[in-house]
Design a protein around this ligand. Structure first.
Ligand code: HSE
Length: 291
């Protein structure tokens, strides 16, 4: 038997739609695997009642197939499904790393990314790598057509998760299909600043690069209280605020000492519009850890 901890992630970061992602130091899933003649899955933890245990319908079933590694896979969910915090990606990433070790397949972490992305496709319909890449590799990742670029970064973050469900499919439907040259130029500028900010572990540069006038405003309309929460976080000292992944979690980048006041401000702002929420004081963290 082998056990791994697979971190939640935050994709997009505003200006890097379908490209940028970070591993979060918390929350995380715990995945346990043991060899078996055929794959079986059991799921416990937060939101487990919504997650199918049928290997054909669970993200980790496809990963076991891709690695030709049948196993009993126990998933203890710490990352709520449909949160915008890479819940299915965490399970897929954890299973990929764990099964690779269990069966001594010898794949590198980078080689495991497309295998875990196949698992993602089972639940989201598309094999996005922008959540599985940071969950497997840790740090900040850029999923570009030419491959994955990865850098370790130390940036404090706050992730506030409201009791609202936004499905990735719905959140993709509201994304504009076209953007103007003006929007394109602004987006490239912000994304480039954000990437440099990650390389320097500079929260101000990262926060400034989170601004986005294309995807985020469309998705914010699906999150009750988003504008109020964003404003409250900025007033409490956040360097930047955006929708985490497809939402509904809201992500803020900040300095270390500002995390707690920002966390409180975001919770209070959701509460003021009648939405329950929980908050994670987190940071850009490590990839899957093998125990
Ligand atoms: N980049 C994806 C999106 C992440 O925002 O739709 C969720 O799979």
């Amino acid at each position: 038997m082998l056990t791994v901890r697979a971190p939640a992630t935050s994709a997009n970061l505003g200006s890097g739609f379908d490209v940028f992602g970070v591993a979060l130091s918390r929350p995380a899933d715990v995945v346990r695997v043991s060899r078996a003649a055929e794959t079986t899955i059991s799921v416990s933890g937060v939101g487990s009642q919504y997650i199918p245990e049928d290997p054909d319908r669970n993200t980790v079933g496809a990963v076991a197939d891709a690695l030709n590694a049948p196993a009993h896979i126990e998933i203890d969910k710490g990352v709520r499904p449909a949160s915008g915090l890479g819940s299915s990606a965490a399970s897929a990433a954890g299973a990929a790393v764990a099964l690779n070790e269990l069966y001594d397949r010898g794949y590198s972490r980078t080689e495991l990314v497309p295998m875990a992305a196949e698992g993602e496709a089972v639940v989201s319909g598309d094999a996005h790598a922008d959540n599985v890449a940071p969950s497997i590799l840790g740090g900040f990742t850029i999923a570009a057509p030419g491959g994955i670029t990865h850098v370790d970064a130390r940036v404090p973050l706050v992730a506030c998760l409201p009791e609202i469900v936004v499905s990735t499919r719905d959140a993709r439907r509201v994304v504009p299909e076209e953007l103007t040259m003006t929007e394109s130029v602004a987006t490239v500028g912000r994304a480039a600043s954000l990437a440099v900010g990650m390389c320097r572990s500079d929260p101000d540069l990262v926060g400034g690069g989170m601004d986005d006038s294309v995807v985020t405003p469309a998705r914010a309309s699906l999150i009750e209280g988003y504008d109020e929460v964003r404003e409250a976080a900025l007033e409490a000292g956040a360097a930047g605020v955006t929708v985490s992944g497809a939402g509904p979690a809201v992500l803020a980048a900040c300095g270390e000492r500002d995390r707690q006041p920002i966390a409180i401000a975001m919770l209070e702002a959701f509460d003021a519009v009648g939405v329950d929420a929980r908050v994670y004081q987190t940071r850009v963290g490590e990839g899957v850890t093998v125990y």
